[in-house]
Design a protein around this ligand. Structure first.
Ligand code: 5AD
Ligand code: SF4
Length: 474
């Protein structure tokens, strides 16, 4: 019997790419591909790329160069595929710019990978004849992508992403997403629940519902009527075994009252909300076409805090958007001061081809962008450190996810996505533990376990879990 073919997927960018990488791996597993430990060891390498900022997009070309050198040194021929948002945005240009690419495949065509790969194989060594597939097909790729096997789910651990919505209709003037991921599409409720049930059956305890604009979710319910994200979160939280639900990434305009109420009513919905604001200046928010002002952001934060007092926020910021003045930037700093964030991502504005902001006047210098990002990140770092420090002595539940650095240690995640190092046996992975936080460092917290599922009954490998949807007698 011949050796199974080996696959290596390297993902850049956002969580949706992580999810897509898994679905590509699952789909190709059905074709007999097994996962390779390293890119060098693989027969097929898929680079799952990101186009959001110039730096992210350039990574694909340096990675392609590296792979080519490694292949030449090893005297070995691998098949190379470029997937993801650079594939969608640049298509055939990739074949011109980088030698040795066999296949370019956009995110809406991943279900076609088996036939595309077979086709590329038939073309054999003739690399000039690389294949490009960047259509937005009429069929729904999710109907054709293979689900993960139980073994694959178990290997990926007790947390999972599930794409519920893809694409964006908001057209922020800086952003490539509407062009790379297309218009907003929401998956039907029943299909998402099927996927979550399968994950739970494989041992997943925490699900993050993902979408580029996830709180605009409006997938069809059983009667064919559109269901909002709040209803979807409720249904997902009811799936036996699922103890925690998160969702990301949201737009402030789509935080409707129903979703805010879900934060009040659903203990499983984690009290940590990623709500990108991008800027604190109303002038810049308008130029970004964000369709909201800073006042709406403040109001939304207040409403969510009233519904769920222990909630913490994270956000995304862009500094140096075209035309941003010192006063505009001061407004961003002021917004950060006023809200107080437990975490954040901040970026220098990066001009993206084809977006309206790329051709706006008054593009700012790298110097100005650097000064502003430095000041903003210093403030955000201080806020994060203060939030973490305030966790000292607090008690909360963590989900034990994986072994720690030293024997006898496990790493869990707090409700606020902080890594928490505890002493616990490996068998406790996948269970919820109550901890008291005893140590705080820049990267993680540490704590003592004071109770939890594993310790309550000593059982390992439950098929159902105490808490969420069942009453378990003491
Ligand atoms: N330049 C810099 N940052 C960007 N983002 C999106 N587009 C750009 C761009 N052109 C940031 C936004 C978004 C996050 C995913 O990436 O902050 O929320
Ligand atoms: Fe990058 Fe956006 Fe594509 Fe995610 S959706 S990979 S962030 S460009």
């Amino acid at each position: 019997m011949s050796e199974p073919r080996k696959l290596y997927v390297r993902s850049f960018g956002c969580q949706m790419n992580v999810y897509d990488a898994q679905r590509m791996t699952d789909t190709l597993a059905r074709e007999g591909f097994v996962e390779a430990e390293t890119a060098e060891d693989a027969d097929l390498v898929i680079l799952n790329t990101c186009h959001i900022r110039e730096k992210a997009a350039e990574k694909v070309y340096s990675e392609l160069g590296r792979l080519r050198v490694a292949q030449e040194e090893a005297g070995r021929r691998q098949m190379i595929a470029v997937a993801g948002c650079v594939a969608q945005a640049e298509g055939g240009e990739i074949l011109k710019r980088a030698r040795g690419v066999d296949l370019v495949v956009g995110p809406q065509s991943y279900h076609k990978l088996p036939e595309l790969i077979a086709d590329a194989e038939r073309r054999g060594g003739n690399r000039r004849a690389g294949i490009v597939e960047t259509e937005f097909p009429v069929e729904d790729k999710f109907d054709f992508l293979a689900p993960p096997t139980r073994a694959a789910i178990a290997k990926r651990g007790p947390t999972a992403f599930v794409t519920v919505q893809e694409g964006c209709d908001k057209f922020c003037t800086f952003c490539v997403v509407p062009y790379t991921r297309g218009t907003e599409v929401s998956r039907p409720v029943a299909k998402i629940l099927d996927e979550v049930m399968r994950l739970a059956d494989g041992g997943v305890r925490e699900v993050t519902l993902i979408g580029q604009n996830v709180n605009a979710y409006h997938g069809a319910d059983a009667g064919g009527r559109p269901s909002g994200l709040a209803e979807l979160v409720r249904r997902v939280a009811e799936v036996p075994g699922i103890a925690r639900v998160r969702y990301t990434t949201s737009h402030p305009r789509d935080m409707d009252d129903d979703l805010i109420a879900a934060h009040r009513d659903l203990p499983a919905l984690m009290p940590y909300l990623h709500l990108p604001v991008q800027s604190g200046s109303n002038r810049i928010l308008a130029a970004m076409n964000r369709k909201h002002d800073r006042e709406l952001f403040f109001e939304t934060v207040e409403k969510v805090r009233a519904a769920r007092p222990d909630i913490a926020f994270s956000s995304d910021f862009i500094v140096g958007f075209p035309g941003e003045t010192d006063e505009d930037f001061a407004d961003t700093m002021d917004l950060v001061e006023k809200v107080g964030f437990a975490g954040a991502f901040s970026f220098k504005y990066s001009s993206r081809p084809g977006t309206p902001a790329a051709t706006m006047d008054a593009q700012l210098s790298e110097d100005v962008k650097s000064q502003r990002i430095y000041a903003l990140q210093a403030l955000l770092d201080r806020q994060k450190a203060a939030f973490d420090a305030a966790c000292h002595g607090r008690r909360f539940e963590i989900l034990l996810e994986k072994p720690g650095r030293f024997p006898g240690q496990l790493i869990g995640r707090s409700p606020y996505l902080q890594s928490v190092v505890v002493e616990a046996p490996r068998e406790a992975i996948g269970t919820l533990a109550m901890v008291e936080v005893r140590g705080v460092s820049t990267k993680s917290l540490s704590g003592d376990i004071i109770g939890g599922e594993f310790y309550a009954d000593g059982a390992v490998g439950h098929t159902h879990f105490p808490g969420q949807s069942e009453t378990v007698e003491a």
